[in-house]
Design a protein around this ligand. Structure first.
Ligand code: FBP
Length: 554
């Protein structure tokens, strides 16, 4: 096989485990803590999870291993978007499983959760797994977005587990996948299948975190990759001095990725969707805010800059989400066919003008034509506009351009404005995991097996104290029900893990807020460069700024 020199070296890297897991399987004992309760809506969650609610928080420590000696057959699933380090979760799980008993077996269900339902799997062995150690991607078994959420699916899953003698399933996924892991765990317990379910916190978006989970894996590597690219663009901007770069970054609704990249690179502008929502900012106000920076810099002779735009920002602009809602309603049912049958954009435009309220049409009319058309392109399976497909980086640069033209007319702006656009998302999701993610993920997988071995069900693999060196990390588990509350989803009240958005009172945002006025006008760019895998600790074992600020180590 042709593999790169870096991959050759990374295959040999030995990921670091938390100190308490380093003494060998026979010396890992478990310490049970307090019984838990859900973060909110306790009575409802308890009623929905009678078999798995209220279990104890647990921590591993050095001591005699007292777990029952039984053969374990485990199935693992990768769920949702790729995140660097997923392979190492599988490797950690495999290594702990084999170190406990050579007869133990690890199944990998292919292509995401549907692999379990379709009984589509491979059985891992050393030769296969060794090719994937410390590499990015999810290609070890593939991933998918099928949700495991119905009783019918659970019944099929139970049958598949029975067929292979599977004793536990590990689901590596985000908030939705781990919510479903908790529901599956409850189903397995209620039906006395004897199959345990353990979750692992994955997503580059960084929105699966709470008082127990300090960060999801993949966030570290993905944000470092984007920050490298943004830093390179900043340096180019500062060299050529002729472009404003509008850079959209992934992250769905939450702005953790955008904020972390801003803390790493100190751009002129970074929008934070959660703040846009809090201040109920309109598109015009956002454009004005960016244009202030463009004009102030132009007045100092700097007709260049960098603006970071979080992927989901438009959803948080009240007038824009009202517009989207109206478009969804306007094109519901047969109306969609009528609209699609119209031949020209001019006819479609008239149809839209007719169908929208005056307020929403006035917002629609300010959008660049490409964005107007994007609102009517691909729709999701529920028939809704896919907000993530809207090129908000182009939308904002067009609005800023129009704003600057007005300023030019009244003599308050005399600069040049030339914009370039970028979207960073997929570039970071399969990067070689940073040492942090390689270590964290391996630990999550190793720890997940210890939870299985000690008989826990409906738990999330938990590694904490992450802003400290790996030796000091704390390994344990938390019942998933502890992280749940009731939320309205598709018109129904559902138990879900609460999604973590950027907290405007949190230290990462506060730090950004303190500095952004200076960054907007001056050139304060920082250039993080590429992720370092070998070399001094100060560059190889860095956590994110977000984690460092949250934990008070920065
Ligand atoms: P997960 O929530 O499944 O981890 O996926 C995160 C993400 O990368 C988002 O940032 C992005 O909006 C989305 O996936 C893109 O999805 P897809 O891979 O289906 O294009």
């Amino acid at each position: 096989m042709n593999i790169s020199p870096l991959q050759v070296q990374r295959l040999k890297y030995a990921p670091k485990l938390p100190g308490m897991l380093r003494h060998g399987i026979s010396e890992i004992s478990v310490k049970e803590g307090e019984e838990t309760k859900s973060v909110a809506d306790q009575e409802q969650i308890k009623a929905l999870f009678p078999n798995t609610y209220g279990k104890k928080e647990i921590t591993f420590e050095k001591g005699a291993n007292t777990s029952a000696a039984k053969k374990q057959v485990v199935g693992v699933i990768l769920s949702g978007g790729q995140a660097p380090g997923g392979h190492n979760v599988v490797c950690g799980l495999y290594d702990a499983l084999k170190a406990t008993n050579k007869e133990n077996v690890l199944y990998g269900f292919k292509g995401g959760p549907s692999g379990l339902i379709e009984d589509n799997y491979l059985v891992f062995d050393d030769e296969y797994i060794d090719q994937f150690r410390n590499t990015g991607g999810f290609d070890i078994i593939g991933s998918g977005r099928t949700k495991l959420e119905t009783e019918e699916q659970f019944a099929v899953a139970a049958e598949v587990c029975k067929k292979h003698g599977i004793t536990a399933i590990v689901i590596i996924g985000g908030d939705d996948s781990n919510t479903n892991a908790a529901v599956l765990a409850e189903y397995f317990a209620a039906h006395e299948t004897g199959v345990q379910v353990i979750g692992c916190p994955k997503t580059i978006d960084g929105d699966l975190k709470n008082e127990d989970i300090e960060c999801s894996f993949g966030f570290d590597t993905a944000t470092k990759t984007y920050s490298e690219l943004i830093g390179n663009i900043e340096r180019d901007a500062n060299s050529a001095k002729k472009y404003w770069h509008f850079i959209k970054v992934m992250g769905r609704s939450a702005s953790h990725v955008a904020l972390e990249c801003a803390l790493e690179t100190q751009p002129n502008i970074c929008l934070v969707s959660e703040e846009v929502a809090e201040k109920k900012m309109s598109l015009a106000q956002i454009a004005d805010y960016i244009a202030d920076s463009v004009a102030a810099r132009a007045a100092k002779g700097m007709n260049f800059g960098v603006a970071i735009i979080p992927e989901g920002v438009v959803e948080f602009v009240p007038e824009f989400s009202a517009l989207i809602k109206e478009i969804n309603e306007m094109l519901a049912g047969a109306k969609a066919e009528e609209f699609n049958a119209l031949a020209s954009w001019k006819e479609k435009y008239a149809f839209i003008e007719n169908g929208l309220s005056k307020e929403s049409f006035s917002v629609f009319a300010t959008l660049p034509e490409t964005v107007q058309q994007q609102l009517f392109l691909e729709r999701d399976p529920h028939g809704n506009v896919q907000v993530s497909l809207i090129e908000s980086e182009k939308l904002f640069s067009a609005l800023v351009k129009a704003n600057l033209e007005e300023r030019r007319k009244n003599g308050t702006y005399k600069g040049k404005f030339s914009a370039l656009h970028h979207f960073f998302g997929y570039e970071g999701r399969c990067a070689f995991p940073s040492n942090f993610d390689a270590d964290y993920c391996y630990s999550l997988g190793y720890n997940a097996f210890m939870l299985i071995q000690y008989g826990y069900n409906g738990y999330l693999s938990k590694i904490s104290n992450l802003s400290r060196p790996a030796e000091e990390w704390v390994a344990g588990g938390m019942p998933i029900t502890k992280m749940m509350n009731m939320e309205r989803r598709h018109g129904e009240d559902k138990p879900v893990i609460r999604k973590a958005l950027v907290e405007l009172e949190g230290r990462p945002f506060k730090y950004f807020e303190e500095h952004r006025a200076t960054w907007a006008v001056e050139t304060c760019y920082t250039y993080p460069g590429a992720i370092q895998y070998y070399g001094p600790d100060e560059v190889c074992n860095l956590t994110t700024r977000t984690l460092a600020l949250e934990k008070g180590t920065m």
